[in-house]
Design a binder for this molecule. Structure first.
Ligand SMILES: CC(C)(COP(=O)(O)OP(=O)(O)OC[C@H]1O[C@@H](n2cnc3c(N)ncnc32)[C@H](O)[C@@H]1OP(=O)(O)O)[C@@H](O)C(=O)NCCC(=O)NCCS
Length: 159
C-alpha cells in the first residue's frame, strides 16, 4: 500500500530499503524506544527477515526514510516490534499512517490483535492510539517472557 501524507510517502519497505532504514534507526538518540524489546543483534537481522515478508513499512521524504514500523508474530498475534519517527518529523501524523498500514495488514491476515511493548513512561502514546494495557493474567507465555526480561508493559489493540 502506498499513501501520500503531504511531502511524505508511506509504503511497504522492501529488502532494498533495509540498509537506509537501519541507518535511520542508528542515527536516533532514542532508538531503544523504537524497538523496546531489542535483540542483542540489533535491528538489521530483524528488518532483513520481516522485509522479505512485506512486514516492514516506512515513511519516506525525497526517497529517504524518516520513520519505520515492523511487525512480527508473537503468541499467535501480530507484534509491533519496531515503531519510530525521526525527531524532526514527529507530530505530523506519520506514526498514525504507519499504524494504519500495520493494522490493515494484520486485519487482512486475520490476526486477532496487535501486541506492543513499551517502557512504563512511554505507554501514553499507545493508550492514545487505541491500545489497551494488558495485565499479567491476560498475556500468553511469549509476551510474559518479553515483558519480564526487558521490564516492559504489554499493550494490545484488537484487530
Ligand atoms: C511515539 C512516536 C512514534 C509518535 O510518532 P508521531 O509521528 O509524532 O505521531 P503522530 O504525529 O502520528 O501522532 C499520533 C497521535 O499520537 C499522539 N502522540 C504522539 N506522541 C505521543 C506521546 N508521547 N504521548 C501521547 N500521545 C502522543 C499525537 O498527539 C497524535 O494524536 P492525534 O492524532 O489524536 O492528534 C514518536 O514520538 C517516536 O518515534 N518516539 C520514539 C519511539 C517510540 O516511543 N516508539 C513507540 C514504541 S511503542
Amino acid at each position: 500500500m502506498t499513501a501520500s501524507a503531504g511531502a511524505f510517502v508511506v509504503r511497504v519497505a522492501g529488502p532494498e530499503d533495509v540498509p537506509a532504514l537501519h541507518e535511520l534507526w542508528m542515527a536516533q538518540a532514542d532508538r531503544r524506544d523504537w524497538m523496546p524489546a531489542a535483540s542483542p543483534g540489533g535491528l538489521l537481522p530483524e528488518l532483513d527477515v520481516l522485509a522479505a515478508e512485506n512486514r516492514v513499512w516506512g515513511a519516506f521524504r525525497g526517497g529517504r526514510p524518516v520513520a519505520v514500523a515492523a511487525a512480527g508474530e508473537l503468541d499467535g498475534a501480530m507484534w509491533l516490534s519496531v515503531l519510530g519517527v525521526a525527531r524532526e518529523c514527529r507530530g505530523r501524523g506519520l506514526s498514525r499512517s504507519l499504524l494504519a498500514s500495520v493494522l490493515g495488514h494484520g486485519a487482512f491476515a486475520c490476526y486477532p490483535a496487535l501486541i506492543a511493548f513499551a517502557r512504563p513512561e512511554r505507554g501514553g502514546f499507545l493508550d492514545h492510539v487505541g491500545f489497551v494495557r494488558l495485565d499479567a493474567d491476560q498475556i500468553e507465555p511469549g509476551a510474559r517472557n518479553i515483558a519480564a526480561r526487558y521490564r516492559l508493559e504489554p499493550w494490545a489493540r484488537r484487530l
